[in-house]
Write a protein that binds this ligand. Structure first.
Ligand code: AMP
Ligand code: MG
Length: 352
């Protein structure tokens, strides 16, 4: 299949209108369109069409028990697909929609189980990105859109990275420039008495707690015990966000961690291995060997979230054979960043 890649930034308003019409037509006919959101690039299909959802799973190579998030552009669309909307969800909608927050509700019958991984719940998000919003508006249906990467790889945050994984497999890619946030949405299960965070993201536990009073973190998110719990969100059981090279996360005091990474690098270099080091602006001068990349500043974790996946893909390209990464305190945005790093490392962690 020929994938049409359109850079919207180069088009005037009228030309853009035509592109949105074409892309919306693809979605309505059961096809696939990748598009930017503020979190990462999404691989979109009609969320109410089981066959279209099946094509998403095929393009990603994703197991079909891993549910998809339905993206909407207007609040009325939520009423069409969610059977019950609790008061707490209305509070979150008011504060964080449109935005990087996904909520899980009991589903209505119009949402096929082929979209929800066989579950009787549906995950819904209203993205805060002009391209996503216009595409959903034009399509007139909720759009199921998981991250537009091959299953298991880091999520794409640019159209170029999306094309690397999806060129030839889907009808269209809309290029709207790099994504602002860089990691996936926070997922909160609103079907429980006390809302439960299933996946941490840019909207933090602390932000949700402040609004709702009580919020829980899913047990599968516990850094130590996470591996032993049966996760509530099926997607959480799969290996995720992973670079090709084996990665080790070094946790502890910043200086000691940097010293440990230097020591590990020294050993790997002596073994003749090509080493990648993931560090921060504050520590980049600590390293002399290996390919060293800073994710951003420890004082501004948004910069770290923004660059994380791109750096993992750059290390794939560079063909490094082993990666050592610094770690972060697991509170506020650090909780989401560490969740991705731990998964990228396949739970391979060293404490110093
Ligand atoms: P992605 O679309 O790649 O950002 O990932 C979607 C993730 O959302 C899945 O892997 C699940 O973990 C989660 N999810 C989607 N729908 C549901 C649902 N109905 N119940 C629980 N988790 C869900
Ligand atoms: Mg994903």
């Amino acid at each position: 299949m020929d994938t049409k890649i359109v850079n919207l930034q180069l088009l005037d308003e009228k030309e853009q209108d035509a592109v949105y019409e074409e892309a919306a037509g693809v979605i309505r006919k059961g096809g696939l369109v990748a598009f930017p959101t503020e979190t990462v690039y999404g691989l979109g299909a009609n969320a109410l069409d089981e066959q279209a959802a099946a094509r998403i799973y095929a393009a990603k190579g994703r197991p079909s028990d891993n549910p998809l998030i339905a993206h909407i552009s207007r609040e009325e669309q939520l009423e069409e697909i969610a059977a019950y909307i609790p008061e707490a969800a209305r509070i979150l909608m008011k504060n964080y929609w449109p935005g990087p927050l996904t909520m899980i509700f009991r589903k209505k019958d119009v949402v096929p189980r082929g979209t929800t991984g066989g579950l009787d719940t549906v995950a819904v998000r209203m993205p805060d990105h002009p391209v996503a919003k216009r595409l959903i508006d034009a399509a007139g249906v909720p759009i199921a859109a998981p991250s537009a990467n091959i299953s298991g790889k880091p999520s794409p945050t640019t159209a170029q990275r999306t094309a690397e994984d999806m060129d030839g497999k889907i009808e269209m890619i809309l290029d709207g420039g790099p994504c602002r946030i860089g990691i996936e949405s926070t997922i909160v299960d609103m079907t429980e008495e006390v809302p439960v965070i299933l996946r941490p993201g840019f909207i933090t536990f602390e932000m949700l707690e402040e609004l709702l009073g009580a919020v829980r973190k899913d047990k599968a998110l516990d850094a130590k015990e996470g591996q032993n719990f049966r996760p509530k969100a099926p997607g959480q059981k799969y290996r995720h966000y992973a670079p090709k090279a084996p990665m080790t996360l070094v946790e502890g005091d910043v200086e000691n961690a940097a010293a440990k990474i230097r020591e590990l690098t020294e050993v790997s270099v002596r073994e003749g291995k090509k080493v990648g080091i993931i560090c921060t602006d504050e520590t980049i001068s600590c390293y002399e060997q290996g390919i060293v990349k800073s994710m951003g500043s420890r004082a501004r974790l948004e910069s770290v979230a923004h660059n994380l996946y791109e750096i993992l893909r750059e290390f794939d390209e560079a063909g490094v054979e082993v990666i050592y990464s610094e770690a972060f305190p697991s509170d506020e945005l650090g909780f989401a960043v560490m969740n991705r790093l731990v998964k990228a490392a396949g739970h391979k962690e060293i404490q110093v």
